[in-house]
Write a protein of this length. Structure first.
Length: 900
């Protein structure tokens, strides 16, 4: 057996376009100029080794990609294949564990490489028989996918029989043996199964392991694909999460020299705009001022630009400010930015400066506004207001300030004063003047929607039992079309669910670290008679937007009922970078199998010891602590939970890893209902001081004989997330052992001093997790199911819904049925039209423009399908061409953004 050697690959892999396109499109670029006229024999042999290494990582090249790779010269294939394996290992978090199987393939591939690949694929197919056919993508026992002889590629008997000419492999073109299958290739009858557990898919439909994920050939060159993705990020109307922000920085760095000409006419998210304009400013300097003057429309835009220009995230958060060192500005640039501020309304500039007082005080030291007070008097006055400047001693020229600023006596001194918007609204609400507050809020639609619940609560306090102010409906009709999807969906989720006095509420403060705080809310409950008209108005606005953002109406929609458990993305700025981008608070099925493996890997900096601990806290149905599996108790129960052992340091370059294996049935039998995964920094070192730290979970990879392999198999990894930020206790997920589901929390808890452990934090964690499950209950928060139903109902008159048990039901909009009623019928899954569909879904979708919103891309690619696809987990459908446009969860929510 050849000795495995590590792939040499830079850990800054995320900064190259190949990694970006692999993660975002599951695609590999092959330069057409490098392709030979025909497949190279040595490259074909090397591809066999590459097939085996990709299968070990859970990936399968499509026929098109494999054909292109076979036409590369051997040395180029070696280079591209090694980089591809390194990127996949880095993406999965297994780059510290995995190595390519053969040294310098394909130049030094041993003669028994084919035998090794065949044996590996045979074992893989035997333990996980639901793999997709390489040609049609179907899978399952009834399809009879088998290993072809002699190449060991996957094919079903139907595709083999449909071939013209001598039997051959569609992946590599190899002529087949007399008996074409090494293993499998026989259709099996599907056995009767017991009824599924409530909320779980039918076992006949649910995959019993990890299906190989298709790697497809990129249909355009890397730069063109990257520029298309750059345009998508710049025009997105929702905030970018940390991974998207990193991608944006990477794409801007690779953008051509004519960046200004490539910027879209509108960049809706102001933080995104600041990053793009900062890159332009770094490239062009003072020559960029005309573009800046056109695109900077608020004082806060200028502030964000200066933060991004200094290399920081333009989030204006105190944590970022502590690390920020602003760059010096040339005189022409200072005058240009002061000119931008001078052109804005004085009241708006004054409010923006006071809203972010500390950052603006620092920026004022760079801009020197008083040096230019004659040229830019309004801006200088706004800074005098910000600083509380004594007018008698330091600024006598402001005795008559620009309106609406005024001179007032403060502490015996004459200073500038101004009553801002927030102060006026709070004063009116404090005295119960809801009509006056509504009149003020009507000028700022976003603030109105954020304060809707407070406004209705104050009205109920002041005038109990009466309907809301009569003018509310008219104000909402004018304001809602201008509100972003985040506030709109937040208000929708808050107002539509049942509420009770004293209920627990969860708050997520804005910051770099995702924290949550719970408390009892004993305020007045907003009755349904007050909230229902507001909810109806928001629903109507969401439906209107769903239709307005459709470039071409689809003929058909296919939705997964499982999306009811997925929350809409929110607080994305603090979301962790993860392998699978799951919105915080989503409830999803656990991977198939009886065991779940949790993992943690970290590496400490030089000259500082860091002790991270992977722990599991176990609770019963009422959140009473039942036990622990951590460094103090390595085994819980009769090996229901087993810890791999405690590392107290992780010196570079290898770092350290810890694992916990959970036997789900045994834990439930031991009286546990919830298993909470926790990562502690035992010696109180924040995660952001570590060169690398990540955690996640995986299925337990088993051999044919049931023997569990190595600590972490790449193909078994289901989720991986980075540990970042000034945090010391992370709670990534909550496992519901009774329902076999997990809730993705991606939260941190506050922590002081050191020696963190479950014993110290178990009550805090129990309260946090209980609040999280209540807060994200489906009837209390807007879900991706709500968004998908709104889009599907307005997009097409026919919607297919794949239920949790695999049954496909059909909804059709009746001729006289209003869109709102059709959307509500669909959302509640009420009164489907006709019996369940019996045709295979690929046949129903074949050749049609469709809108697909799925939990798993587990369908074969329907021929000729085009349109839009959202999916959470990868699968055979990922092999579809670019005509099926991929959407992320943020893209799906962004379809509800207000139209310009």
């Amino acid at each position: 057996m050849p000795r495995a050697v590590p792939v040499k690959f830079d850990v800054r892999v995320d900064l190259d376009l190949g990694s970006f396109l692999l993660r975002r499109r599951t695609a590999v670029a092959v330069d057409p100029a490098e392709l030979l006229p025909a497949a190279d024999p040595w490259s074909l042999r090397g591809l066999t080794a590459l097939d085996a290494d990709l299968a070990a990582r859970g990936y399968l090249p499509t026929v098109e990609l494999r054909s292109a790779l076979a036409r590369l010269a051997p040395l180029r294939l070696a280079e591209l294949g090694g980089a591809l394996l390194g990127r996949l290992d880095h993406l999965l978090g297994t780059d510290r564990e995995h190595a390519p199987l053969f040294r310098r393939f394909p130049d030094a591939v041993p003669e028994f490489a084919q035998l090794h690949h065949s044996r590996r694929m045979r074992a893989f197919l035997r333990s996980q028989p639901h793999q997709p056919c390489a040609r049609c993508g179907r899978r399952g026992a009834e399809v009879g996918v088998g290993l072809l002889a002699p190449c060991a590629h996957l094919l079903c008997p139907d595709c083999l029989e449909a071939q013209d000419g001598p039997p051959h492999c569609p992946s590599c073109g190899t002529a087949l043996a007399v008996h074409p299958f090494l293993y499998g290739g026989k259709r099996k009858a599907v056995r009767e199964q017991a009824p599924p557990r409530k909320g779980q898919p039918d076992r006949a439909e649910r995959p019993q392991g990890a299906a190989l994920r298709p790697l497809r050939l990129l249909e355009q060159d890397e730069l063109s694909a990257a520029l298309a993705e750059l345009t998508g990020l710049l025009t997105r109307r929702t905030a970018l999460n940390p991974q998207d922000r990193d991608d944006l920085a990477t794409l801007l760095a690779h953008a051509p020299a004519d960046l200004a000409a490539r910027l879209p006419a509108e960049i809706p998210v102001r933080e995104t705009k600041a990053v793009a304009l900062a890159e332009l400013l770094r490239r062009e300097g003072e020559s960029a001022l005309p573009v800046l003057a056109e695109r900077l429309t608020t004082a806060t835009d200028v502030l964000r630009l200066l933060w991004a220009y200094a290399g920081a995230q333009p989030d204006l958060l105190p944590d970022t400010a502590r690390r920020l060192r602003l760059r010096r500005l040339s005189r022409p640039l200072r005058r240009g930015l002061l000119g931008v501020l001078e052109a804005l309304p004085t009241a708006a500039v004054a409010e923006d400066l006071r809203r972010h007082r500390e950052p603006w005080l620092r920026v004022g030291e760079l801009l020197h506004p008083f040096e230019y007070r004659r040229q830019f008097p309004s801006t200088a006055a706004a800074f005098a207001l910000l600083r509380g400047t004594d007018l008698d001693d330091f600024a006598p020229g402001f005795a008559e300030p620009p309106a609406p600023l005024r001179v007032a006596q403060v502490d015996g001194r004459r200073r500038l004063a101004h009553t801002g918007f927030a102060s006026r609204v709070e004063t009116l609400l404090a005295v119960g003047d809801t009509s006056g507050a509504l009149a003020e809020l009507a000028h700022r639609p976003g603030e109105l929607v954020r304060r809707l619940h407070h406004l209705l609560r104050v009205h109920e306090i002041m005038e109990p039992g009466t309907p809301p102010p009569a003018e509310l409906s008219a104000v909402l009709a004018r304001a809602l079309p201008a509100v972003g999807p985040g506030p709109l969906l937040g208000a929708y989720g808050r107002l539509r669910g049942p509420r009770s006095r004293g209920e627990r509420r969860l708050y997520f403060p804005r910051g770099l670290v995702s924290l949550a705080y719970g408390r009892e809310d004993h305020g007045t409950v907003v009755p349904a008679r007050s909230s229902a008209p507001v909810v109806a108005a928001i629903e109507a606005e969401l439906l209107r937007r769903s239709a307005a953002t459709l470039p071409v109406r689809p003929e058909l929609a296919l939705l997964d009922e499982a999306l009811t458990g997925m929350s809409v993305p929110f607080a994305e700025r603090s979301a962790a970078r993860a392998l699978v981008s799951v919105p915080r608070g989503s409830s999803l099925p656990l991977p198939p199998g009886e065991r779940l493996r949790l993992f943690l890997h970290w590496m400490q900096p030089h000259h500082q010891r860091v002790d991270l601990d992977l722990s599991v806290a176990l609770y019963d149905d009422d959140w009473r602590h039942r036990g622990t599996c951590d460094y103090t108790q390595l085994v819980f129960g009769r090996r229901a939970a087993v810890h791999s052992g405690d590392y107290t340091s992780a010196p570079p370059p290898k770092g350290a890893s810890e694992f916990v294996d959970l036997d789900l049935a045994a834990l439930r039998s031991a009286g546990a209902r919830y298993a909470v995964m926790i990562v502690f920094s035992y010696n109180d070192v924040p995660f952001d001081r570590l060169p690398e730290a990540f955690t996640g979970f995986a299925g337990v990879d088993e051999d044919e004989g049931g023997v569990r392999r190595g600590p972490l198999s790449a193909r078994a990894v289901r989720q991986r997330m980075d540990l970042t930020g000034d945090a010391k206790v992370s709670v990534p997920l909550i496992v519901d052992l009774a329902e076999r589901r997990f809730t993705w929390t991606d939260l941190n808890t506050t922590a002081t001093s050191g020696f963190h452990s479950v014993a110290r934090h178990r009550d805090t964690i129990a309260a946090l997790c209980s609040d999280v499950l209540d807060h994200f209950a489906p009837d209390r928060r807007a879900t991706l199911w709500d968004v998908a139903c709104a889009r599907a109902a307005h997009a097409t008159g026919e919607v297919l819904v794949r239920g949790l048990d695999g049954t496909v039901l059909r909804w059709r909009r009746q001729p006289a049925e209003p869109v709102g009623e059709f959307a509500e019928r669909l959302r509640l899954r009420h009164a489907p039209d006709g019996p369940p569909a019996t045709e295979p879904l690929p046949e129903l979708l074949s050749g049609r423009r469709a809108f697909l919103a799925l939990l798993d891309a587990d369908l074969p690619v329907p021929p000729g399908v085009h349109g839009e696809l959202y999916r959470l987990h990868p699968g055979p459908l990922d092999a579809a061409p670019d005509a099926l446009r991929r959407l992320t969860a943020a893209d799906l929510v962004a379809t509800l953004a207000p139209m310009p």
